[in-house]
Write a new protein. Sequence first.
Length: 211
Amino acid sequence: MSSPARTTTEADVDHRKRPRRRGAALETAILEATLAELGEVGYARLSVERVAERAGASKASLYRRWPSKVELVMDAVYHVFPDATSPPDTGSLRGDLVATMRAVAHRLSGPAGQAMGGVLSDALGDPDKAHRVRSYARGNSQASMREIVRRAVERGEVDPSAVTERRLETGHALLRYHFITRGVPIPDQVIDEIADEVMIPLLQRPGGAPR
C-alpha cells in the first residue's frame, strides 16, 4: 500500500533553487521580508536567518549590505516611509502639513513603527547602536518640510524670513515625541494641533499674514 503524498511546505523549499535576484530586486525582496517578519514576530525576535529564508536570499547577501540588525531594520523603515522629495500637494500649507504628518503616523502604526520602537529601545543603553542609528538618519522629514514650505512661500502663505531649520523640524519632532511617549495610533487631533498651534504660527507673521 502506497503512503499518502507528502505536502511540500515553505520550509522544504531550498531558496538556492529559486530564480536568483540581484541588485534592486534582491534588496527590495529583503526589505519587504524584513517588514513582514517584523509584523509577525516583532523587533526583539527578528532574525537574519528568517529574513533571508523569507526573501529567498542567503545570509551572506544580507550581511554584505547590512552588518547588523539595526542597519537592516532602519533601511526597511525608510523603504516604506513617504517619499521626502514629493510630499502631498493639497494647495495649502495646512493641507500639506496635515497630509504629510498623517502619512507618517499611518506608517508608525504598522511594522515600521514597531521597528522604530525596537531600534530606539535597543539603542538606548548601547552607545555603539545609538551611533549607528544616528548615522542612518537621512533628514527625510526635514526635506519634505522644506518642499512644503517652499511651495507655501511661492503661494504667499509663509513669511520667508520665518523659515529656519529649527522651525522646519518642529512638526516631526513633536510627532516622534508623541510616538515615543504615548505610542500608536497617533490621533488625527494631535496632528491637527501640531499644524494649527505650532507649525503654522511659527511660519507666519503675527496675525497670520505673510510679509
